[in-house]
Design a protein around this ligand. Structure first.
Ligand SMILES: Cc1ncc(COP(=O)(O)O)c(C=O)c1O
Length: 465
């Protein structure tokens, strides 16, 4: 899981006071469950390793509303961190899951062929531009990233991997080696994967005074320095980038930068990997965020929203790359599970039938326009940015210095929940509120969310004008 709750906390401080002791009796356990206190129920035996955005207990979801264990509904603009993009208990997705569960839960794709798996691969290839036509399924975003890195190394025979500062690609060792959105994802895990080189991301707002061309030029210059001084292009197998950094703060890479990366990879035979785990599947008002830039990667990583909450991920590339990768070079027990694939088919069908790409684009414009109005009246907001329904609001202590204000932002997401709106924060400094509404959100729900957000903001103490 990615989470902005990634501060380095000593183990002794991780268990809140008042947690029930180990060895809770069955009667006590039942009482906690009956009271809906799933936090207390979790504490004795669940690992304290997970950071949590909320200390709330959740019960069920219906449409765009998530209910807590006391029965209060919350407008869910967090969507399980960009995963339940069609909302909760979606009729088509639920029916597909039930139907497949009645037929077959699992065989492992190494044992043969299954209809839902083949169908989802076909549909996924169909919603990718040429030449992306071949799909390998896994279970999680990090697993898709691992697969992409392994493919690139094996196919090119080159060790080097270049990634961008502030990126989040997952928690497994390979993915953590190219992740730097927080020190806590790396601390204590060295030595990480060798031959990984991190270079600056073209973060237009934070480092380049809103000038996209300057950001592109600056980040390309830094990348060329890496290729000149640290590792030659002939030893680089892969360059991996999120077209919009998610966990790192909702930072879009300028289209010109993605185009120049594409040209550089073509020139040197480097595999260009786009990690669209968070940005993909209609989130940004296009099926894939890279479509905004008019470039196509060699390998696309997909996960999160693909099956609306059922675990699945995939890489998609041209066939020749996966043929060169070689039979048995990679594999998985659960990857491409038929129940998850059935859910994925329902998701892609619903997006197509209900025109949800266009909806994400239109509702995203409404959301950004509304948030820009809020920003006009509140100097604590330094920037509103995003594409489609992936929208970030960056909080700063001072608009001139852009000094990040994580404290306001962290308190604000709790205040939003108090008002009945679920949003999350992100960014290395935790100072960006991220809006990830369902892609079938309505204009009315966007207006409601804007009102709730404004109301929450009004409750926040203002230490500055
Ligand atoms: C861009 C990106 N890549 C990879 C991952 C890792 O996905 P998972 O948590 O499913 O392993 C995430 C998760 O947030 C992500 O946002």
């Amino acid at each position: 899981m990615d989470t902005a709750k990634d501060h380095v906390v000593p183990a002794s401080a991780a268990t809140p006071a008042g947690a029930p002791a180990r060895g809770t009796t069955p009667a006590e356990t039942n009482a906690l469950a009956a009271a809906g206190d799933f936090a207390a129920l979790s504490l004795p035996h669940m690992s304290p390793i997970l950071g949590r955005y909320y200390e709330r207990s959740w019960s069920h979801g219906e449409g765009h509303t998530l209910y807590d264990s006391a029965g209060r509904g919350f407008l869910d603009f967090a969507c399980g961190i960009a995963t339940t993009s069609l909302g909760h208990h979606h009729p088509a997705v639920t029916a597909a899951i039930k139907d497949q569960a009645d037929k077959l839960l699992h065989i492992c794709n190494a044992l043969g062929y299954l209809e839902p798996v083949a169908q989802l691969a076909t549909m996924l290839a169909d919603v990718c531009p040429d030449p992306l036509d071949t799909v390998f399924f896994a279970n999680s975003g990090a697993e898709a990233v691992e697969a992409a890195l392994k493919l690139a190394r094996r196919v090119t025979g080159r060790p080097g991997i270049i990634a961008f500062r502030g990126a989040f690609h997952g928690r497994t060792f390979g993915a953590a080696s190219i992740t730097s959105s927080s020190i806590n994802y790396r601390l204590g895990y060295e030595p990480l994967l060798p031959s990984v080189y991190l270079t600056p991301f073209p973060n237009t707002y934070r480092y380049f005074g809103d000038d996209e061309e300057a950001a592109t030029a600056g980040a390309m210059a830094a990348l060329r320095t890496t290729l000149n001084n640290e590792i030659p292009p002939s030893a680089v197998g892969a360059i991996i980038i999120e077209p919009i950094q998610g966990e790192g703060g909702f930072n879009p890479a300028p289209a010109s930068f993605l185009r120049q990366l594409r040209a550089l990879c073509d020139e040197h035979g480097i595999v260009l990997i786009f990690d669209e785990v968070q940005t993909g599947v209609a989130r940004t008002g296009r099926m894939w965020a890279f479509e905004h830039a008019g470039v196509v990667p060699d390998v696309l990583c997909v996960a999160k929203a693909l099956a609306n909450g059922m675990p699945i991920s995939a890489i998609v590339s041209r066939r020749e790359l996966q043929e060169k990768w070689g039979i048995g070079a990679h594999g998985t027990t659960f990857g491409g599970n038929p129940v998850s694939c059935a859910a994925g088919i329902a998701v892609l069908r619903t997006i197509e039938e209900q025109g949800l790409i266009a909806n994400a684009a239109a509702r995203g414009t409404e959301l950004i326009t509304g948030l820009e109005k809020v920003m006009a009246g509140d100097t604590r907001i330094g920037d509103v940015r995003g594409l489609g329904l992936m929208v970030g609001v960056e909080f700063v202590r001072d608009r001139a210095t852009r000094d990040p204000d994580g404290d306001t932002c962290e308190a604000l997401i709790q205040a939003c929940a108090d008002q009945g709106l679920l949003v999350l924060n992100c960014g290395t400094h935790h100072n960006v509120v991220r809006f990830l509404p369902p892609i079938d959100v309505t204009s009315e729900e966007i207006s409601t969310a804007l009102s709730l957000f404004s109301a929450a903001l009004r409750t926040m103490p203002r230490t500055r004008s």
